[in-house]
Design a protein. Sequence first.
Length: 255
Amino acid sequence: MEILERLINCEVNSPSAFAGVELRPYGKFFYNLSTPHCQDSNHGVFFDLRGPLERAVEELILFYRLHGLIPRLYPSFQEGERRLLLPLLSRSGFDIQYSAHRLYVHQEPSRLRPGAAVKIRRAAALDSRLGALLQAEGEDAASLQALRQQLQGEGCHLLAGYLGEEPVCLALLKFLDGFCRLEDVITRREYRGRGFGSALIHAVVNYCRRAAPGSILYLWASNPAAVRIYRRAGFKEMDIDSPWSAAYFPRSRKK
């Protein structure tokens, strides 16, 4: 199995590390009732597109509504998936959101030479200062609750950059099946442009190499300034469709 195929398989199955899984002949329904507003914990994925998809969509809607959750579907990144699924989802009452994110995989040595004075270290937990940093960037209480739960697992690591004892940047790493997913890369607004982001990414690359030798580091990104840093750190863009998601809202609620 090629690296990209293995990576996508890891990506679409990664919620099993922090959510329950309901197996169906055509796919999986991920759910976590303790974090009902976390989309990454509560969504379905269809792996087999050869069967009656209308019935699969009906079952997905029923399953999540019975659990008091918003029915939601994520992609499996199969060829022809958009053509087969998206028109059906739209007719069935789903709102479809398209992401501009592209997939980047770390493949080359980092060319970053960070000189910032920020000190990068692993945070033992999401304390009030780190939570405030995330909230300032738009994360809500439900997202913070989901993150705290995920950090209780061995595969979820939070790296933070400090000036003295004040956190100014952070990044989340999730280790699973030989891969390391980098997400939630944030620098406090008032500290941007000072090289802290470059220092953080450089530290992330080295941390991943030490924590899980041989693992493959990857991320999704669309911000041009951030992408420039990732490229200098040795990340390469992969040839794969950007992600999408579909959430079910009955017609009566749309009026």
